[in-house]
Write a protein that binds this ligand. Sequence first.
Ligand SMILES: [Zn+2]
Length: 70
Amino acid sequence: MRHQNGVFEYNMPKKDPIPKDLFDILACPICRSDLRYRKDKKDLVCIKEGHKYPIKQGIPILLPEEGKKK
Ligand SMILES: [Zn+2]
């Protein structure tokens, strides 16, 4: 796994889209709160302020520009 410009890359398992060890280190780049995975929308939402981050081809796009989109 490498971390570059806020974008994480990893292989997505079939059952658990976000591995737990990865999930533990994920945080909202805007407010630094924890992120929650939404199965129905297949995106990540921060629990504090509701910033939303898409997951594209198994890669969470954790960029402040994405979280600020309405
Ligand atoms: Zn946030």
